[in-house]
Design a protein around this ligand. Structure first.
Ligand SMILES: C[S@@+](CC[C@H](N)C(=O)[O-])C[C@H]1O[C@@H](n2cnc3c(N)ncnc32)[C@H](O)[C@@H]1O
Ligand SMILES: [Zn+2]
Length: 348
């Protein structure tokens, strides 16, 4: 870096980095996460002033900031995140909105799998809209000490909420047997070489436990034959995804979180979900279908005997994908899929 051209902002960033090497990424002013499918979400959520809106994955408030401007000072915005760094950044951004724009803001620490108790705590009767922007933020991936990245060395951690979770990626790779490692790697990432990677992990940890992401990357590289490495991206990408899903119980909480959101949604309210891999998308797709179907009687019954009525209307039959321009601007949006459903008025 040329000191002549160094702006004071850069200098202060550099100073803060010297004080706290991770701080440069965790400081709220530098919370770098570009919201994905933002204009599409806003279009489909049909926000109005005085709405109560729940952002179940607040992150850096990239979506919530725009939601807040639309629901305005008579609205209520509930933001949930299990990550302390994200909540701090989001709170600062939302509070910086001018008084005549800013809705009532309630930022809640917790897992959206516990949505019921979180919303009871928020003291709202119902919500007019929900957004779930699933997975990890860029800040989580880009902070090596969180251990999410296979590109930079860090501890094998991957907890989204280190202050409340105990299971880490290190514990999984060092204690799960080969069969369980194979199962999670295969199920959660569709990795072809799952059983070979599991065997290599079990072999490698014999001497000393694996503690860092680069050690694990080396083991995975040794397990995946060179000929197979030419396609499918980085050989460790899928195993890291699988470990992250297991550490955070991501698929289990998605189901309970969505069920709860549907219960809290006011008639006419919209539920938008952005997923980033096929396992998440399948859960969203199947749940929307199930709730939109209502009747669960076998198709050969002449009349409905279950009496179940549809609860949701599917607004997006096919998922909304980012445009090529968005992918060029933000390559991390590449795998995003947005699905939207609307709560029906069952009394109508
Ligand atoms: C993709 S980011 C959201 C980014 C946000 N929409 C923005 O534009 O700034 C996902 C966020 O959701 C949080 N998260 C993921 N799963 C969660 C869960 N089950 N409960 C609560 N927060 C969760 C993560 O900690 C992360 O901050
Ligand atoms: Zn029926």
């Amino acid at each position: 870096m040329h000191s002549v051209g160094m702006t004071s902002a850069l200098k202060s960033m550099w100073l803060r980095w010297l004080v706290n090497p991770d701080g440069v990424r965790t400081m709220t002013s530098e919370y770098r996460h570009i919201p994905v499918l933002l204009s599409e979400c806003l279009e489909y959520l049909h926000l109005e002033s005085n709405y109560t809106f729940v952002d179940a994955t607040l992150g850096g408030a990239g979506h919530s900031l725009e939601v807040a401007k639309r629901i305005g000072p008579t609205g209520t915005l509930i933001g949930i995140d299990q990550d302390d760094v994200a909540r701090a950044a989001a709170t600062q951004r939302l509070q910086a909105l001018p008084d005549d724009v800013r809705p009532e803001i309630k930022v809640l620490a917790g897992n959206f799998g516990e949505m019921d108790s979180l919303l009871v705590q928020a003291e709202i009767p119902a919500a007019n809209g929900f957004l779930f922007d699933l997975g990890v933020s860029s800040v989580q991936i880009d902070t090596p000490s969180r251990g999410f990245s296979f590109k930079e060395d860090g501890p094998l951690d991957m907890r989204m909420s280190p202050s409340t979770q105990t299971l880490t990626a290190a514990e999984i790779v060092n204690t799960y047997n080969a069969a369980d490692l194979t199962r999670i790697i295969r199920q959660y990432s569709d990795e072809k070489w799952a059983s070979r990677i599991a065997e290599f992990i079990v072999e490698a940890r014999q001497g000393q436990p694996l503690t860092t992401s680069s050690q694990l990357v080396d083991v995975i590289k040794a397990a995946v034959p060179a000929s197979a490495r030419r396609s499918g991206g980085h050989p460790a990408k899928r195993t890291f995804q699988a470990l992250r899903i297991e550490v955070n119980g991501e698929l289990q909480v998605l189901r309970t979180g969505l069920e709860s959101a549907i219960r809290w949604l006011a008639p006419g309210g919209y539920l938008a979900v952005i997923s980033y891999h096929s396992l998440e998308d399948r859960i969203v797709k199947d749940m929307f279908k199930e709730y939109a179907q209502g009747c669960t009687c076998p198709p050969d019954l002449p009349v409905c005997v279950c009496g179940n009525k549809p609860i949701l209307k599917q607004i997006t039959r096919k998922p909304i994908l980012p445009t090529p321009e968005e992918i060029a601007r933000n390559p991390r949006s590449r795998s995003a899929k947005l699905r939207v459903a609307q709560r029906l008025d069952e009394t109508a």
